[in-house]
Write a protein that binds this ligand. Structure first.
Ligand code: EPS
Length: 383
């Protein structure tokens, strides 16, 4: 299973096409809309989220609530498009006064115009905007629904915003996702949530933006997904690539990741034990559910670092690309912090990688075929 998206931030709509979808996956627009709403919410979001009420239209690939094995096309209209007709029209002449010529440090603006030879930064920023991630969340909902049919649940929570961090991370098996979603910053601890919101308030007052860290995890995953024999099979590489493809993600670790580098081997690797009736058990999950490029049957635990949003209300120095004279970087309406939203996008990305890995292992054609093969595999595991 894979997806492709199209659409600009202030264009008419965002589009996702999900291909290689097995037949029989339950899919209804309301379930996708719930994830779209989770992505929109979050303390620290800007004015745009007050305008949009993201809602998906399923154009193809679904009959009477189930996929039929053909590509699923999804559309999310941009409500704000009405206000941008003069700037984002498909035909006619652009308004020269609407040009953007002061690239924002940290955004795609500068490298993008150098790449395509544009004389208006808007040609780049419209597509580079993280608005595109709404389409990813819609696509990921298809993967999540398949995974749910196979007993896999994907969860996420925020562990750091700026200088405020959650000291002890919960075991993903015990995370109550609706309680997490009840926190305005999607953090499982109420006290830390409140401190994170205060951090965001202070940043907003200061014309600043903030990044952070989140965990995205999959629970109920069978061992052996991915592969050790070929670079392209390795699941950690596939997950790393997918998570790093989310705008503003600058670091990814699996399990204890960077902390493992400073510990001796005996304090890093997870012992292998056997318990009658339960089979093989692992008393710890420092590996984050992945060994040798494969799932090992423990929850897959991924942590990602998001940089602060590049649009600053107190802008950094830039140059005007027309004159090459120093100017303040462009200011656009923006978010102060979007870490809670990025975690929801990461659920979609992780789900898409895992759905594809399940298809590699158990068949690509239908949920029924996949379920049967999965049962056979499970029956063969040591008990
Ligand atoms: C976003 C929509 C955008 C921004 C944000 C993400 O809306 P607008 O630009 O109209 O305010 O809120 O984009 C960025 C922060 C960025 O740097 O591109 C969304 O739907 O997530």
């Amino acid at each position: 299973m894979r997806y492709v998206t199209a659409g600009e931030s202030h264009g008419r709509a965002l589009v996702a096409i999900v291909s290689d979808v097995p037949a029989g996956v339950p899919l209804d627009a309301a379930a996708i809309d719930r994830d779209l709403a989770r992505r929109q919410h979050g303390y620290g979001r800007g004015g745009r989220m007050a305008i949009e009420r993201d809602a998906v239209q399923i154009l193809s690939g679904v009959r009477f609530g189930r996929t039929i094995g053909s590509p699923v096309a999804l559309v999310i209209a941009n409500r704000d498009w009405d206000q941008w007709l003069d700037v984002m029209a498909v035909s006619g002449e652009p308004n020269p006064r609407a040009r953007v010529t002061a690239p924002r440090p940290g955004h795609a603006d500068l490298a993008g115009v150098l790449r395509i030879g544009a004389d208006d930064v808007r040609d780049v920023l419209e597509r580079a905007s993280a608005r595109e991630t709404a389409a990813r969340v819609a696509a990921g909902a298809v993967a999540k629904s398949l995974l749910a049919e196979l007993g896999v649940r994907v969860v996420s929570f925020v562990t750091r915003i700026g200088g405020v961090a959650l000291e002890t991370e919960p075991d993903p098996r015990e995370v109550d996702q609706s309680a997490v979603d009840g926190s305005p910053v999607r953090c499982p601890d109420e006290g830390v949530s409140a401190a994170m919101q205060a951090e965001i308030d202070a940043a907003r007052a200061d014309g600043e933006s903030l990044g952070g860290v989140f965990v995205v995890a999959a629970v109920g995953v069978v061992p052996g997904l991915g592969g050790y024999a070929e670079a392209g099979q390795r699941l950690d590489a596939r997950i790393g690539s997918a998570i790093l493809s989310i705008p503003a993600i600058k670091g990814v670790e699996i399990g204890d990741g960077f902390a493992s580098a400073s510990r001796p081997g005996s304090a890093v690797h997870d012992s292998i034990l056997y318990e009658e009736g339960r089979g093989i058990v692992r008393p710890t999950n420092r590996a984050g559910g992945i060994e040798g490029g494969m799932t090992n049957g423990e929850p897959v635990v991924v942590r990602a670092a998001m940089k602060p949003i590049p649009t600053l209300m107190r802008p950094l120095p830039s140059v005007d690309l027309d004159t090459m004279k120093p100017v303040d970087a462009a200011k656009e309406r923006s978010d102060v912090c979007a870490v809670p939203a990025a975690a929801v996008v990461a659920e979609a990305e992780l789900a898409m990688v895992l759905a594809d890995a399940y298809q590699d292992a158990f068949g690509r054609r239908s949920v029924a075929e996949m379920r049967e093969a999965l049962e056979r595999f499970r029956d063969g595991l040591p008990r």
